[in-house]
Ligand binder design. Structure first.
Ligand code: PPE
Length: 308
């Protein structure tokens, strides 16, 4: 689905026309994957347009760059303000926000240090990530033949552009085999995450998710769903999970900014539980949407974009 254009994109401190947000083909990022990015959703809530956990996302962007010894030439507050400014300039009520930091045009060669650190923020309207039915009906996934990176190789805690080459290998394999999404194992064979989502499963009333040592992005939706589950009185465990748990779980679901809370109805052709989204998944999905749609926000996770 092509991106729905809006008027402007924020680039290095100013708003430029959508079609003018370009970079040079010899930019470092094009050759060596040197970018760090975020995905943030702005929801049209009952109390007005609001960004979900803006501060956490912007902080993770700075953490991602820090791992790569890259200084972003703005403060976190300036990036948060620029995000709000970009949404307002495009008069959007609900949208997806993509801030990206990248090494631009300077030297060619692996060493990034002589290439400028540039920042852009794009916003556009983005619906359900895995298709309109996915949130209601659940999706079919396959365990990828590719593994997540081993410790001390590609840092999974950085949301770096280069990491998504692996996600692409997994996604293309899954889609070409007729699945919606891939589920990846870490190098030890434990369940890790999807190509752009964290994984949860439910077994005998308890909720499980792999720990951050499981080669995964520490998702902000993951952290939020863990909190929502605890608030609701569920027992939650962050623990290594063997592959076969995915086949015998009562329920399985993905979380992510784009994917929100998406039920998984089969793994490798084996139905998860009854083969339909389960009650715990649907309860957590509802509690998540109560926050972002109805603005029932006990933890102050929403920041409002317009003052009207
Ligand atoms: N794991 C990966 C690999 C990942 O990319 C994401 C977000 C998550 C987990 C969930 O993290 P969080 O959004 O903080 O809950 N993936 C983003 C990009 C998706 C894309 O196709 O682009 C997203 O959901 O915005």
């Amino acid at each position: 689905m092509p991106v729905k254009k809006v008027a402007t994109i924020w680039m290095n401190g100013r708003l430029v026309k959508w079609d003018d947000a370009r970079l040079h083909v010899l930019s470092h990022v094009v050759h060596y994957g040197s970018s760090w990015f975020e995905g943030i959703r702005c929801y049209e809530t009952a109390k007005g347009s609001a960004l979900f956990r803006l501060d956490k996302h912007v902080h993770r962007l700075f953490d991602s760059a820090k791992i790569y010894r890259t200084a972003i030439p703005y403060t976190e507050q300036q990036i948060m303000d620029a995000i709000v400014e970009t949404i307002r300039a495009n008069r959007l009520r609900a949208c997806y926000v993509r801030p990206v930091v990248y090494r631009g045009y300077g030297d060619v060669g692996v060493n990034p240090l002589n290439c400028p650190v540039e920042v852009a923020i794009a916003v556009w309207e983005w619906g359900a990530y895995l298709g309109p039915e996915a949130l209601r009906e659940g999706i079919d996934v396959m365990v990828s033949t590719w593994n997540r990176p081993a410790p001390n190789t590609f840092p999974a805690m950085a949301k770096a552009g280069g990491n998504y080459l692996l996600s692409q290998l997994m996604k293309v394999e899954a889609v070409q085999a007729g699945f919606s999404e891939a589920l990846a194992l870490d190098v030890h064979g434990y369940l890790s995450e999807g190509t752009g989502e964290n994984l949860f499963l439910v077994k005998e009333g308890e909720i499980y998710t792999p720990p951050i040592s499981g080669s995964l992005l520490p998702g902000i939706t993951r952290r939020s769903v863990l909190q929502i589950a605890e608030d609701a009185g569920y027992r939650v465990k962050e623990t290594p999970i063997p592959r076969e748990m995915a086949y015998i779980a009562d329920e399985l679901f993905f979380t992510g900014t784009a994917a929100e809370v998406t039920p998984v109805r089969s793994v490798d052709g084996i139905p998860v539980g009854s083969g339909k989204p389960g009650p715990v998944t649907l309860d957590l999905q509802k509690r998540f949407f109560d926050i972002v749609k109805d603005a029932k926000d006990p933890h102050q996770w929403l920041s409002f974009v317009y003052s009207d």
